[in-house]
Write a protein that binds this ligand. Structure first.
Ligand code: PMP
Length: 435
């Protein structure tokens, strides 16, 4: 009998007792390939000696110093590292402890920015259906996952949603990517006008949608057109790269591939690679300078922000990724993963789409490939798939039947960046078998 109530009490979980490379081991000694990095977290796999060493070194020096009394070398170096590599003028880093906190801080920063800029009436947020931005009340209010929201209505903030960029389902036959992207940008433009541009603070979107849609990457030009619409109306663009950022797509920041820099970006998961809990928001100089010139500082804060051990672990993670040129491997292994999955599942009547960027890969299941009719959510395909995956010694991240608009069933694969070609083929074999 467990006294932890993290989960459904009917779910019996084994103990994770050890991790090594891309594998986790349970108390019986059974090995599982961590093909989802947990939830797209463990990008360096488990037990990486360089990260463990960095954490130990930091613990020997100082584990925690409250951010209102001291800064630390680890936090300063990590902030430097991030701002040097972040796109556009994203130069100011705010550390938190995870993804929801990073999104929550981004929403509050946008609000304070407009207060300082003399436009306090800009308080509304627009996001997209089929999105997840976290479970805290603010982030939940903005997100578009019906199942997560329904028990908590009415939420703190009114939600305003537009369509996600979902070419597999929404790009019409014969419609070019440019036209599709423009159609979505026009929809956002219309939504901003409907609400009143002077009332809208920000548009929030995942660069590549993760948990709610299975590695849904935008079509070329989509983010650029969205950026233009936001600029036209003085609305901030916040990108949530909690899942898709920090190298997962083969670029440190996923939006680099789209040639777009947001005003604020939220990152987490891969930043600490699971070795320590950490997240961050990076803000543009325009936002930062306005707040500093106004009331002086961002009125926000958490006890553990800039935690020394978490920052030391993250810095070590990011240095290993650069030193070992792992983003090249992410691109190559991602191509391999999608290619082998398409081949292995080509004849399967219920596999509708294999998609993604880098090692962020989604497989969407349908009732019928031609009509793309969705699977009956009552079949609970995602539950069965996870169970069969675990039986096959494979951790993946299936979702289904719970999402606004489309009762989509899909599985997300997000293997560690250190995966070898043989690892990827093994993942495909176990995954296909489970399917
Ligand atoms: N945003 C996105 C895109 C996410 O995928 C998640 C976590 N799945 C979050 C925010 C929330 O992050 P956390 O669970 O660390 O609070």
């Amino acid at each position: 009998m467990t006294h932890i109530f993290h989960r459904n009490p009917r779910q019996q979980l084994d103990f994770a007792v050890r991790g090594e490379g891309i594998r986790l081991f349970d108390q019986h000694g059974k090995a599982y390939i961590d093909a989802s990095g947990g939830a797209a977290v463990s990008c360096l796999g488990h037990g990486h000696p360089d990260i463990i060493e960095a954490i130990k070194r930091q613990l020997d020096q100082i584990a925690y110093a409250h951010s209102s009394f001291f800064t630390t070398q680890a936090a300063e170096e990590l902030a430097d590292f991030l701002q040097q590599r972040a796109p556009g003028d994203l130069n100011h880093v705010y550390f938190v402890s995870g993804g929801s906190e990073a999104v929550e801080a981004s929403l509050k920063l946008a609000r304070q920015y407009f207060v300082e800029a003399g436009q306090p009436e800009r308080s509304l947020f627009i996001a997209r259906r089929q999105s997840y931005h976290g479970n805290t009340l603010g982030a939940l209010a903005i997100g578009g996952n019906a199942w997560r929201r329904e028990k908590f209505l009415p939420l703190l903030v009114p939600a305003h949603h537009v369509s996600p960029c979902y070419p597999y389902r929404d790009q019409q036959a014969g419609e070019t990517a440019e036209h599709y992207a423009q159609r979505l940008a026009d929809e956002l433009d219309a939504k901003i006008r409907e609400l009143g541009p002077e009332k809208v603070a920000a548009f929030l979107a995942e660069t590549v949608v993760g948990a709610t849609a299975g590695a849904l990457a935008p079509v070329g030009g989509y983010l650029q057109r969205i950026r233009e619409v936001c600029d036209r109306h003085g609305v901030l663009l916040i990108l949530d790269e909690v899942m898709s950022g920090m190298g997962r797509t083969g670029h440190l920041f996923a939006c680099e591939e789209d040639g777009v820099a947001p005003d604020i970006i939220a990152i987490a998961k891969g930043l600490g690679a699971g070795y320590q809990p950490i997240g961050a928001m990076i803000a543009s100089s325009r936002i930062y300078d306005t707040i500093v010139a106004g009331s002086g500082f961002f009125q926000h804060g958490h006890t553990y922000m800039g935690h020394a051990t978490a920052c030391a672990a993250s810095l070590a993670v990011q240095r290993v990724i650069e030193r070992d040129q792992l983003l090249d491997n992410v691109l190559a292994r991602g191509e391999q993963l999608r290619g082998e999955l398409r081949q292995a599942l080509a004849a399967h009547p219920n596999v509708g789409d294999v998609r993604g960027r880098g090692l962020f890969v989604g497989v969407e299941f349908v009732k019928d490939k031609e009509s793309k009719e969705v699977l009956d959510p009552a079949l609970q395909v995602h539950v069965k798939l996870k169970k069969q995956g675990m039986a096959n010694g494979l951790m993946m991240y299936p979702m289904g039947g719970t999402i606004d608009g489309v009762h989509g069933n899909h599985a997300l694969l997000a293997p560690p960046f250190i995966s070898t070609p043989e690892d990827i083929s093994e993942i495909v074999a176990r995954f296909s078998d489970a399917v």
